[in-house]
Design a binder for this molecule. Structure first.
Ligand SMILES: [Zn+2]
Length: 112
């Protein structure tokens, strides 16, 4: 059985957004590859040495290819790593924009 990745689908590119952002065909192919890697890391973090850092790097690359500013405050996939117990809804709330709400029992994101 294939484990499903929690959270938003990272498999399909938004065609309207591609057009709006004027994403080149080359970048589109790269985006597809990166989303595939991202899905895999999110679902199987234990196979990577430092999945949290990898995800951060991928999110920055994705922003670049989409033509968005490379800004970690807009990152959204980090909390969908398997086993993450950080709040999902609060981290999407504009009220907390720029901050990451992490919890003490999250093995990936909690830093003392
Ligand atoms: Zn977490």
């Amino acid at each position: 059985m294939k484990p499903s990745v929690a959270g938003p689908s990272v498999a399909k590119l938004n065609a309207d957004l591609l057009k709006k952002q004027n994403v080149s065909e080359e970048s589109e192919l790269l985006l597809e590859e990166l989303y595939e890697s991202l899905s895999h890391i999110l679902a199987y973090p234990e196979e990577y040495e430092d999945p949290v850092k990898l995800i951060e790097g991928l999110e920055l690359k994705l922003q670049f290819l989409w033509g968005f500013p490379q800004d970690t405050r807009y990152h959204r996939y980090w909390k969908y790593i398997k086993g993450c117990t950080c709040p999902k809804v609060d981290n999407e709330d504009p009220m907390y924009f720029g901050r990451r709400i992490t919890v003490g029992d999250c093995k990936w994101h909690w830093r003392k």
